[in-house]
Design a protein around this ligand. Structure first.
Ligand code: GRG
Length: 290
């Protein structure tokens, strides 16, 4: 299949829906906070989490429109995490995707609020979904899943552990894995499990998505670390700081293969998910990755 074409089509759907949520007239009292949120949301990055959500719906043979609010919620949370992560109190990064970071452009005060706004909007998008047959119990489960993945026992918890560990300077592999499974992996896993919940996947399908997401999430972080190391960036809390680059690459491939094996219960409708796993890991060979 043509994965680039698939990405383009899905990105257009996601961006189209996000645009609808992020329009506000310039004379509105909320224009500034919307400007700040839009600044990091558009054009955005790879949209990998939201595309995974649409690919999960495809694998189940379900309509993408039903899960588009989940896709938007994930992009909103991911964008908030990047804005807050760049702040002086955390990573203190002046640039993001080759542009001034949000706080450099809008100031720390508005950048903090832009992150808060995006996080809150994510739950607005999800709770506003119209469920088939008015099944609000399923919607509640989906909202719970997102809160759990993004919160203090998920992404925020992983980040908090990393902040604490950074003060200790050293980090061994099991601790590093724990941090990244939470910081990066939980949101990627949620990109699969939330649509599974909402689309009433079977237990077997849900578990397969969950494991695919966990393995892919960790592979994604290892590949990100490999790319940073290849650009000459030496990070203490990265996989190349505890393993050789060859060992990191072998581990990423092993995780990808594990992710792929979870998809054996699905038919060819899961081809996009299979190709995405390969794409994520092959990026470690790219000369100019984005
Ligand atoms: C709650 C402040 C806070 C942070 C949570 C996710 C996170 C922790 C911080 C973001 C910074 C970071 C580099 C995290 C590692 C995960 C990762 C590789 C993020 C980049 O995701 P991509 O590659 O980004 O999907 P694009 O630019 O494509 O959207």
């Amino acid at each position: 299949m043509d994965l680039q074409k698939y990405f383009k089509t899905k990105k257009e759907m996601i961006d189209g829906m996000l645009e609808k949520h992020f329009q506000v007239p310039s004379e509105s009292p909320f224009a500034e906070i919307y400007d700040a949120m839009r600044y990091t949301l558009f054009p955005g990055g790879k949209r990998i989490r939201s595309i995974l959500t649409l690919a999960a719906a495809d694998a189940l043979g379900k309509d993408n429109n039903t899960v588009l609010p989940i896709a938007c919620a994930l992009e909103a949370i991911h964008t908030y995490s990047l804005i807050h992560d760049d702040l002086p109190a955390l990573d203190n990064d002046d640039t993001r995707r080759g542009m001034p970071s949000n706080h450099i452009k809008f100031g720390e005060d508005i950048a903090i609020l832009a992150g808060d706004g995006l996080l809150t909007l994510a739950f607005e998008f999800l709770s506003n979904i119209e469920t088939q047959n008015g099944d609000s119990a399923i919607l509640l489960e989906a909202i719970y899943e997102l809160a759990r993945a993004a919160g203090p026992r998920g992404m925020v918890g992983g980040q908090a552990c990393e902040v604490r560990k950074r003060k200790e300077k050293e980090c061994e592999l099991p601790v590093l894995q724990f941090l990244h499974i939470h910081k990066t992996g939980m949101l990627i896993r949620a990109a699969l499990t939330i649509p599974a919940k909402l689309l009433k996947a079977s237990n077997k399908e849900y578990e397969a998505f969950k494991s695919y997401g966990e393995n892919l999430g960790l592979a994604f972080q290892i590949v990100d670390d490999i790319q940073d190391a290849q650009k000459g960036k030496k990070e203490n809390f990265s996989f190349p700081s505890v393993m050789s680059l060859d060992e990191c690459k072998a581990r990423a491939i092993e995780l990808k293969d594990k992710a792929l094996s979870q998809l054996s219960i699905f038919d060819k409708k899961a081809e996009p998910l299979r190709h995405i796993a390969t794409f994520v890991v092959e990026r470690m060979h790219a000369k100019n990755p984005n």
